[in-house]
Design a protein around this ligand. Structure first.
Ligand SMILES: [Zn+2]
Length: 484
């Protein structure tokens, strides 16, 4: 609906002379025009001055409110009667359906053309003839069927009229003439009413309801299929998740049983410790690790120094007498290193730990528990710490440090200060005093690689003899590690 201001701006362009509708341009000025108002029938005067747009006015009375609207209805009817054809716009409808399943929402949208743009032949035209409960502006009969043509100038179809048209189910088109310049005559109105489609809109199309219904059914069925697929997928996902959860729980259960068994073995081990000690004591002489260190250090159980038989926390991990592993570590990592090398590389605790796992019998139940450390409870971890090879070695090494054999260097590494004990004099003198002899047994792979690379640079780029190049590489590596 347009407001009254715009209505007031529209001047009446047509008058009716007899049955003939005449445009202001077709009549002489003044009362000589001989025209009457199409709406109220009053006498009109043609205003054709120099200032204002030429127009008709009611003679000696107020302008009537429907004059312009009715005049244009007359004009439209006259044009349609004359041309007997009308271009109708295309009608495209869109439908959308939305649904949800398993928290997922899906929307289906599609559109369909109900009718294409087309020029239709008109049989006959009727003006403002009441039809059921409404008075259409113009009724054009096409192929024997009525087409209601609503002319909108200032007054567009309101919802009440639209509802009535829908109820009547008669094809209806609205023509928007609000933008047409009426001062230039019938031609511009003709093109708007007959030829143009851009200013026309379907208010009702008899095919729309059923086609819209079909489109909606199609979308609903597609939506249902998609939602069903989502539901199936989600069900399957849920089923797999439940299955995996069961498997996980079963696995955890199995691991728990294993842990309980190992913990049980640990407690048994702790309870029967005194029996185990005497058993280990009897086995010492037959332990390969003991035989090896006894031979290297030329000692027996009787001559074994006290610092190689120190009880430490964590030692229950070893399934042997503590003299076996402590003498083993001393003989492998410390004993006579200065005799062998001028510069023994600092000892790594990790390397000692590795040696133990390679050459000593360990309690497997505890190793199993270590592999499940992440899921043990605090009290179980406390038990496990009694079976800790790294912890036991660390404590043993600290005792050696106190005894003056080792000195802490850096990053769990110790340098050797003394490689034998006073009562145990070396049999031979170091005869390598003039040459550099390095020990790389404590180096990590990465350090060994760096050492060799640096030595090569000093040798080939610096032109040093090999022995000096190695010495420089070795010293720089140790001093850098110290700084870190
Ligand atoms: Zn009038």
């Amino acid at each position: 609906m347009q407001n009254n201001d715009s209505r007031n701006q529209v001047k009446l362009p047509f008058g009716l002379r007899g049955e003939k509708l005449l445009h202001i341009t077709e009549v002489p000025k003044g009362l000589a025009c001989g025209c009457r108002c199409t709406a109220c029938g009053s006498q009109l005067v043609a205003r054709k001055g120099d200032k204002n747009t030429h127009h008709f006015a009611h003679y000696q009375q107020e302008e009537c409110p429907h004059a312009v609207e009715t005049a244009l209805h007359y004009a439209a009817k006259a044009i349609l009667e004359q041309t007997l054809e009308i271009a109708l716009p295309e009608l495209i409808i869109q439908e959308q359906v939305t649904g949800e399943t398993c928290g997922q929402s899906r929307t289906k949208v599609d559109q369909i053309t109900i009718c294409e743009k087309a020029i239709k032949k008109i049989d006959r035209v009727e003006l403002e003839k009441p039809l059921n409960r409404i008075v259409p502006d113009v009724i054009a009969y096409i192929d024997g069927k009525p087409l209601l043509v609503e002319i909108a100038v200032t007054h567009f179809i309101d919802s009440s009229k639209e509802q009535k048209i829908n109820d009547m189910e008669i094809d209806t088109v609205e023509i928007d003439l609000s933008d047409v310049d009426r001062s230039i005559g019938l031609e511009s109105i003709r093109s708007a009413v007959v030829d143009s489609t851009s200013n026309k809109a379907w208010i009702f199309h008899s095919n729309e309801k059923s086609i819209r219904h079909q489109l909606r059914s199609k979308l609903e069925s597609e939506l249902k299929q998609e939602l069903d697929e989502i539901f199936q997928r989600e069900q399957e996902k849920k089923r797999i998740e439940e299955e995996q959860l069961k498997l996980r729980q079963a696995k955890q259960q199995k691991i728990r049983v294993l842990i309980d068994k190992c913990l049980d073995d640990s407690y048994k081990h702790l309870i029967s410790n005194s029996q185990l000690e005497s058993k280990y004591n009897q086995e010492i002489q037959s332990q390969p690790a003991w035989k090896r260190s006894a031979s290297i250090m030329n000692i027996s159980l009787e001559t074994l120094p006290a610092f190689l038989n120190i009880p430490v926390k964590g030692e229950y991990i070893f399934a042997c007498d503590r003299r076996v592993w402590q003498a083993g570590l001393f003989s492998s990592f410390i004993y006579n290193k200065f005799k062998k090398y001028e510069n023994p590389y600092p000892i790594r605790l990790e390397a000692m730990n590795k040696w133990c796992s390679k050459y000593l019998p360990l309690n497997n139940f505890a190793l199993t528990l270590w592999s499940k450390k992440q899921i043990l409870k605090p009290d179980e971890l406390a038990v496990l710490n009694l079976f800790d090879s790294y912890g036991a070695i660390r404590e043993f090494v600290r005792h050696l440090e106190h005894a003056g054999f080792l000195k802490y260097a850096y990053k769990s590494r110790y340098v050797i200060l003394k490689d034998h004990w006073p009562t145990h004099e070396l049999l031979e003198q170091n005869d390598n005093s003039g040459s550099f002899d390095y020990d790389h047994s404590g180096m990590t792979e990465n350090e060994l690689e760096q050492f060799q690379e640096r030595a090569a640079i000093h040798e080939f780029c610096g032109g040093l003899p090999r022995i000096q190049a190695e010495r420089m590489a070795y010293m720089s590596l140790i001093s850098e590690n110290n700084q870190n």
